[in-house]
Design a protein around this ligand. Structure first.
Ligand SMILES: NC(=O)c1ccc[n+]([C@@H]2O[C@H](COP(=O)([O-])OP(=O)(O)OC[C@H]3O[C@@H](n4cnc5c(N)ncnc54)[C@H](O)[C@@H]3O)[C@@H](O)[C@H]2O)c1
Ligand SMILES: N[C@H](CO)Cc1c[nH]c[nH+]1
Ligand SMILES: [Zn+2]
Length: 431
């Protein structure tokens, strides 16, 4: 891995830089075609990008396909999925926000009503790998929030099916509407609807650059959770860190995507050298060596800082999806971290612990968006309505102030709407 002294003129490299113009244009064309031609366009792009000739009548996964997937998945696997599901459910159950009301002395009632979304589309990536864990991370919070219609889309494998564990996981959660459709065409189908796929209100879930750009482009027609693109990890480590752990965790994210980014920030040149060698060694035996190598070469770096403050500043500027604190006192460093999707403390908190099992969500803001976004959570599947019930006393006490405010904005009809209440009340009093 490249070792780069972290001086002030270094430009820290983020993962995707929002894609190229060509990618953006390609996605725009896919979305327009699906919007105008529906299923026919989805069939065409599924053939083109996934290499599978599916007719639209085959998009929906059948009960038979689910049953035959169960025949090929062993009980141990199902047990692990259930235990992970329970951990994720427990964590997200703590995020539930209740509706609330408050009554003031004058009888006014104000409040906030929390309502689950009606229909949500979950994108489950499936190009380079199958992601049953991503189903858990998206569907569980949607269910905890109370969403009624949860639709899943995922690209078909070369044989036209979905991965067995993906199907079993979806079924374990009770998801019934699963379509073998992926990429930008899957996102467009969820946003605009086709003859076979009814549109949803919000699209959630991670994906590659085409999926990320498609979500960006359909935003407005539907809501989206965030742009969760290619995976990223930053390890902040001092001289006490174990090089083999650091290297292994960097590679754990590099193997996701040639555009994934794996970065070490350290104040120790000795650690930098050792990790660089470890990465080179460990890479050799990885089944997804080509992907991980491309990621490390194109988007990986080891930044060596002169001071600890400089190292912290670099981490906050990167605002990574995942941040590991492999330092002597991680809890002392935590208050200095302002921007990161998920923060892993201490040498036993390897990033994959969070990907699969601990309970927090693994759908996290990427590409620096942790500066202003949060992990996927139950609130993403709800919306709020404000509740206002003004009392007679309150309108009498405040009506004139409100109409005066309206006239400050030149809005006479607003002012009169309030004054009608005051007139009615004084007329009633005079009767
Ligand atoms: N942030 C998270 O929580 C999280 C979780 C899991 C995976 N990920 C990321 O999700 C991504 C998964 O990517 P993937 O590729 O394996 O699966 P994917 O399902 O996201 O993408 C596959 C689809 O991309 C489309 N595509 C491929 N090449 C194309 C082209 N040239 N033009 C137009 N469309 C094209 C195809 O439609 C294909 O079906 C990785 O980047 C991984 O890091 C992120
Ligand atoms: N690390 C990914 C999020 O960037 C999530 C994931 C799923 N499976 C394995 N990892
Ligand atoms: Zn991962």
């Amino acid at each position: 891995m490249r070792i780069i002294p972290l001086t002030k003129d270094v430009t820290l490299k983020r993962s995707i830089d929002q894609g190229t113009d060509a990618q953006r244009e390609a996605v725009r064309e896919i979305i327009t075609s699906v919007k105008n031609e529906g299923d026919q366009a989805v069939e065409l792009f599924t053939k083109k990008f996934d290499g599978v000739a599916l007719s639209s009548s085959q998009f929906l996964v059948s009960k038979d396909e689910i049953a035959s997937a169960y025949n090929r998945v062993d009980d141990k696997t199902i047990e692990i999925i259930r235990e992970a599901r329970d951990n994720i459910r427990d964590f997200h159950g703590r995020q539930v926000q209740q509706s609330w009301m408050t009554t003031k002395a004058d009888g006014t009632i104000l409040g906030q009503k929390v309502t689950p979304l009606d229909a949500v589309g979950v994108y489950v990536p499936g190009g380079r790998a199958a992601y049953p864990s991503t189903i858990l991370m998206n569907v569980v919070p949607a269910q905890v929030a109370g969403v009624e219609r949860i639709v899943m889309v995922s690209p078909p494998q070369k044989d036209g099916t979905l991965n067995d564990v993906v199907l079993v996981t979806a079924n374990e959660l009770g998801v019934e509407e699963i379509y073998k459709v992926g990429g930008a065409q899957g996102v467009a189908a969820l946003a605009y609807g086709t003859e076979t796929i009814a549109p949803v209100d919000k699209i959630v879930g991670p994906g590659n650059i085409y999926v990320a750009l498609a979500k960006q482009q359909v935003f407005g027609t539907v809501a989206i959770d965030m742009i969760a693109g290619p995976s990223e990890i930053v390890v902040l480590a001092d001289a006490t860190a174990e090089p083999s752990y650091v290297a292994a965790d960097l590679l754990s994210q590099a193997e996701h995507d040639p555009m994934a980014s794996a970065v070490l920030v350290t104040n120790s040149s000795k650690l930098a050298e050792a990790v660089s060698e470890e990465v080179a060694d460990q890479l050799q035996s990885l089944p997804k060596k080509d992907i991980a190598e491309a990621s490390i070469n194109d988007y990986g770096a080891i930044y060596v800082a002169d001071s600890w403050n400089e190292a912290i500043a670099a981490v906050n500027e990167l605002a990574p999806e995942h941040l590991e604190l492999m330092v002597e006192g991680p809890w002392d460093v935590l208050p200095q971290i302002r921007h990161a999707g998920a923060i892993f403390l201490g040498k036993y908190s390897s990033e994959p612990v969070g990907d699969y099992f601990a309970g927090p969500n693994h759908v996290l803001p990427t590409n620096g968006t942790a500066r202003f976004s949060s992990p996927l959570n139950v609130e993403d599947f709800t919306k709020k309505s404000s509740i206002i019930s003004y009392s007679k006393q309150a309108i009498e006490d405040n009506g004139k102030k409100i109409s005066a405010f309206a006239r400050l904005e030149g809005l006479e009809a607003h002012a009169r709407a309030v004054e009608y209440r005051l007139q009615t009340q004084s007329q009633q009093k005079n009767q």
